[in-house]
Design a protein around this ligand. Structure first.
Ligand code: SAT
Ligand code: MN
Length: 618
């Protein structure tokens, strides 16, 4: 084993290496160690350049992993089809590895770190044989910014490298900032399909290599991620959920900030004043749509800063500052069309990687909901002939587009402001047919944290006066919190205390309330700007609101519904609070909290008691 101090020294006896792009001995030693373990044929140090992008896309087109799309219709864009069993995050294969199980908490899969490394080591041993190992330096947030963090991903997936270049600030600038005294996160990813077997014989590659065995492992104590067996999205782009949420949430707790599953927008009022709003929703509740909202209220403007992850940190002036640590969107394709999200449609005009959507005869992409009329013929996401009569979906329901945020026509100029934007309001929401009003302001920070902690979506359509089966997803973070969820609530409470009167206001929103007849009561989409307008007026002290048992709702006439037809009866139902049904929900909250034992902060138990007594007094 040689220590690399000059570019032309090979990194170990087995692997040839490109020129290392750093002199940082810690990085070099780590890369060497991973190369010795995984035994790649070649080591490529990524610089993030356009020529590197071109070379990698050409290579993947030749390998059949990528299909170039019609240059006239979708320039610079590619389609990837994954293995049909490698299409989404694998929550049951995702582990938080800490010494004590209680630190991972009851909502995470847990393993003791040494035991997990014992499991992982034989899997990674030789896992990159015959492949190129890519060293991918990246920054989450503007390089060198006060809220940003650095990382390196080692991967044997060039598809992951391409996506990382869109989703992060990837390349030499990030590497140059990884100095001996900077903290950086080490992430290792292998698709787990070596091209040389134990007998030393070569094996043919496939278009989408992966392994039936999958592990997505976070080691918060050592700031490491190890991911094995999957090439897909959140399993393979380790900057995203693994680092920016699971690892970062632990870093944030230590250092007094917050790593959140939130979109981030800038709102401008008719008076020309700017406001910044972050919103947490569970997956599939419309975060991307809200991030790209086109307001129907005249004079208001919404600009996009982020659609999935926000890092919030108190700034020098004591306000809570927010950045989007990512640089691209990894959006769900199905359901995205000009009628639902024209901004997203205009963002993906080109330079986009599509995964698991359908390919049209013209060489463009298609998915359910992209256009009203499906193409007469296409190749579906599994590579088979498809017509509207096939009785199958053309695109996988979790098919995705990866696109740089700079292509978003509504991107705010502040999207790359390294100091972050000052937050005025935080929104929590789920998909609730019953109980939860269209908008409610929390009565205090503690009450807001209680609302965040009890976020849920209904699994089954509920009947009148009853609550459907609830899937709890506190803060939309259920699969992404890197430590005990109850400790995370305590951290939120402490953040509120230290922010004091500079803390943003907390609101609960629910676009999905249904009437007795099963109809949505609220038009949603662009009309959600009406709710944002009320929220801003509350922040400005221009709207009084009306305090009810569950929080503060708009007083009669305060919600601007000019220009839309909402029957008076529907308006009443949108804000209706049925005490019996809410008390039943309080019992479910009690049951939910019980799994966290005495780690549940007293302030949240008090909030539950307070809510019950307000409901009982109705
Ligand atoms: O696959 S990702 O985790 O990146 C996207 C998602 O599931 O929200
Ligand atoms: Mn997400």
């Amino acid at each position: 084993m040689t220590v690399i101090d000059t570019p032309d020294v090979t990194i170990n006896s087995a692997a040839a290496t490109g020129e290392p792009t750093t002199g940082n001995s810690e990085v070099l030693a780590w890369v060497t160690k991973i190369a010795e373990l995984t035994q790649p044929e070649y080591i490529h140090w990524c610089d993030g350049s356009q020529s590197e992008w071109s070379a990698l896309t050409e290579e993947l087109v030749a390998a059949g992993t990528l299909t170039p799309l019609n240059k006239n219709l979708r320039p610079g864009s590619f389609l990837a089809r994954s293995h049909p069993a490698d299409v989404a995050r694998v929550e049951d294969r995702t582990f938080i590895c800490t010494e004590h199980q209680a630190d991972a908490g009851p909502t995470n899969n847990w393993s003791e770190p040494a035991a997990m490394l014992e499991t992982l080591t034989p899997l990674f041993r030789g896992s990159m044989r015959g492949r190129t190992m890519y060293v991918v330096p990246f920054s989450m947030g503007p390089v060198g910014g006060p809220i940003s963090q650095l990382g390196i991903q080692i991967t044997d997936s060039p598809y992951a490298v391409l996506n990382m270049r869109i989703m992060t600030r990837m390349g030499q600038d990030a590497m140059d900032h990884i100095t001996p005294d900077t903290e950086w996160v080490r992430t290792v990813h292998s698709v787990g399909m070596p091209l040389v077997n134990d007998a030393g014989e070569s094996i043919d590659d496939v278009e989408w290599p992966c392994n039936d065995t999958k592990y997505i492992c976070q080691f918060p104590d050592t700031l490491e991620v190890w991911s094995f067996g999957s090439g897909y999205g959140g399993n393979a782009l380790l900057s995203k959920k693994c680092f920016a949420l699971r690892i970062a949430s632990v870093m944030a707790r230590k250092d007094g900030w917050l790593a959140e599953h939130m979109l981030l927008i800038k709102l401008t009022s008719p008076a020309g004043k700017d406001y910044h709003v972050a919103a947490a929703f569970p997956s599939a509740c419309g975060k991307t749509n809200l991030a790209m909202l086109r307001p129907t209220v005249p004079g208001w403007n919404v600009e996009t800063i982020g659609d999935d992850i926000a890092w919030l940190r108190p700034g020098p002036d004591g306000t809570l500052r927010a950045i989007n640590p990512e640089a691209g969107f990894f959006g769900v394709a199905p359901g995205t069309g000009y009628s639902t999200n024209p901004v997203a449609m205009d963002s993906i005009w080109g330079n986009t990687i599509f995964t698991n959507v359908a390919l049209t005869d013209e060489g463009d992409v298609w998915w359910e909901g992209m256009t009203e009329t499906p193409p007469a013929h296409a190749i579906d996401w599994e590579g088979n002939e498809w017509t509207p009569d096939s009785g199958r979906l053309a695109a996988h329901p979790n098919s995705r587009f990866t696109v740089p945020i700079t292509q978003c026509p509504t991107v705010a100029q502040e999207w790359s402001e390294s100091e972050g934007v000052p937050l005025d309001a935080i929104l929590f929401g789920g998909r609730r047919a019953t109980n939860v009003p269209l908008v409610t302001e929390s009565l205090s920070w503690e009450h807001g944290v209680f609302i965040g902690a009890t976020v849920s979506s209904e699994k089954t359509a509920a009947q009148e006066g009853t609550v459907g089966e609830l899937r709890r997803d506190p803060f939309g973070m259920l699969p992404f919190c890197g430590y005990n969820m109850a400790d995370y609530w305590s951290h939120w409470l402490e953040m509120g205390e230290s922010l004091g009167d500079k803390a943003p206001r907390i609101f609960q929103v629910n676009w999905f309330r249904k009437g007795d007849d099963g109809r949505f009561l609220w038009p949603g989409f662009g009309d959600n700007s009406r709710v944002l307008e009320w929220i801003v007026r509350r922040v400005e002290g221009e709207a009084e609101g009306q305090e009810i048992a569950v929080g503060r709702i708009p007083a009669a006439g305060e919600l601007n519904v000019e220009g839309i037809e909402i029957p008076a009866q529907d308006m009443t139902e949108l804000f209706d609070v049925n005490p019996q049904s809410w008390l039943a929900e309080c019992d479910l909250t009690d049951e939910y909290f019980a799994q966290f034992g005495d780690r549940v902060p007293a302030a949240l138990s008090e909030q539950l008691t307070g809510l019950r007594s307000r409901l009982s007094a109705m």
